[in-house]
Design a protein around this ligand. Structure first.
Ligand code: HEC
Length: 114
């Protein structure tokens, strides 16, 4: 009986100890992804599709584009510089983040006077 208590207690301690780490990872990924939204729109849904929306795109496709920009394989005006600022692991997390966002239509800011 004592052993079972000890195992249960160990499992609870492990669960408590690892939970905040996952939460921190999610926050870090959100912060990384936030650097993209200035240009690619809130949640990666761009206004009018320029630059392209990232939301809901295939993760492997996104990651490949980012790696190609980083390596200078895909020509770009901006993205080759931007992609160089991240490790491959960070790019993978960012790609997974945007792939998981539901695609939608951005309406943009309301126009004054209309
Ligand atoms: C300063 C504005 C800007 C920022 C910030 C920015 N992008 Fe871009 N992005 C662009 C532009 C412009 C293009 C079109 C290619 C080019 O000219 O660089 C593009 C293209 C892309 C593409 C290719 C899309 C496709 O459909 O092929 C991907 C993927 C991408 N960006 C991902 C990201 C990610 C991820 C981040 C954040 C880490 C990011 N971008 C941050 C401006 C930006």
């Amino acid at each position: 009986m004592r052993l079972i208590h000890a195992i249960t207690a160990a499992a609870v301690v492990t669960a408590i100890a690892t939970a905040p780490v996952h939460a921190q990872d999610a926050n870090q990924t959100r912060s990384l992804a936030a650097t993209c939204t200035a240009c690619h729109g809130t949640d990666g849904i761009s206004v009018g599709g320029v630059p392209p929306s990232l939301a809901g795109q295939n993760k492997d496709y996104l990651l490949q584009q980012l790696k190609d920009y980083k390596a200078g394989k895909r020509p770009a005006t901006i993205m080759h510089q931007h992609a160089k600022g991240y490790s491959d692991e960070q790019l993978e997390r960012i790609a997974a983040y945007f792939a998981a966002v539901k695609p939608g239509t951005a309406t943009g800011a309301p126009r004054a006077g209309n």
